[in-house]
Design a protein around this ligand. Structure first.
Ligand SMILES: [Zn+2]
Length: 251
């Protein structure tokens, strides 16, 4: 089963850097991690701190020593900003009542309830059994979210493939850290379960994108025309997904 390589860079997932991963530099006696983004269009190296932490944007060919030099030049600023960011970060999730998860772009609050088949959604609350250990609550809530994700993704892919008069594809969940979706040459579609946390308009865009690959295994103008048949404003959704998805990715 060959994977269509060209599809892979299309739906990148800009996940927040996790502590200990990615590049790092020693500044003022402490190890500072950052996310590095190299882009062809960029001409200069820039530093930015946002809700995801320290981010370095650089031209494709910028040597690492130039990046290191810029970080050292601005060491005092970097250290101060990273410290502020760490203090603002939400505390570690404990999987107890009152905490929130995201479902279809809206917060859902965990609420303690005994009895019944839990977790169970009740409007904007997800009922959990507080007598279970937090690790068990976590695995059940994650499992529940993945169930919602798979059911939703299958529905959307079925709907879009029907609109193109194609047979319904096999859909499965992916756990990729690097992309939202992919369509394999065999016709199987994978969609990232984390998408279930984002607004449905974006889920629809990813589903339409992958279903369109069942007809066009490329990113040609004909491919984008097919996406547009399914989701006319796909370009706006793609932009919003790239720009804002991280705000919804609590898990
Ligand atoms: Zn694609």
């Amino acid at each position: 089963m060959t994977r269509h390589r060209a599809l892979q860079p299309e739906l990148p997932l800009h996940a927040p850097p996790t502590a200990g991963s990615g590049p790092a530099i020693e500044l003022g006696g402490q190890r500072i991690h950052y996310a590095l983004h190299r882009t062809r269009r960029r001409r200069t190296i820039s530093l930015l701190i946002d809700e995801r932490g320290l981010r370095v944007a650089a031209p494709l060919q910028a040597p690492q020593r130039a990046i290191d030099a810029l970080l050292r030049e601005h060491a005092a600023w970097v250290i101060r900003k990273v410290r502020d960011w760490q203090q603002k970060r939400p505390p570690q999730r404990r999987w107890i009542a009152g905490e929130q998860i995201m479902l279809y772009g809206a917060p859902v609050t965990l609420e303690a309830r005994t009895g019944g088949n839990l977790p169970q959604l009740d409007e904007d609350r997800l009922l959990i059994n507080p007598q279970l250990p937090p690790t068990e609550i976590e695995s059940r809530v994650r499992g529940w979210l993945k169930q919602q994700a798979l059911a939703c993704f299958i529905r959307r892919c079925d709907d879009y493939s029907a609109q193109l008069a194609l047979p319904a594809p096999a859909v499965r969940l992916s756990n990729a850290r690097t992309r939202w979706g992919s369509c394999h040459a065999s016709g199987r579609i994978s969609m990232n379960w984390r998408l279930v946390q984002t607004p449905t308009a974006w889920i629809d865009y990813v589903a339409a994108h992958e279903v369109a690959h069942l007809r066009e295994m490329n990113h040609s103008p004909a491919f984008w025309q097919t996406v547009a048949v399914l989701v006319a404003d796909y370009a706006a959704r793609r932009t919003a997904l790239r720009r804002d998805a991280h705000r919804y990715l609590l898990l």
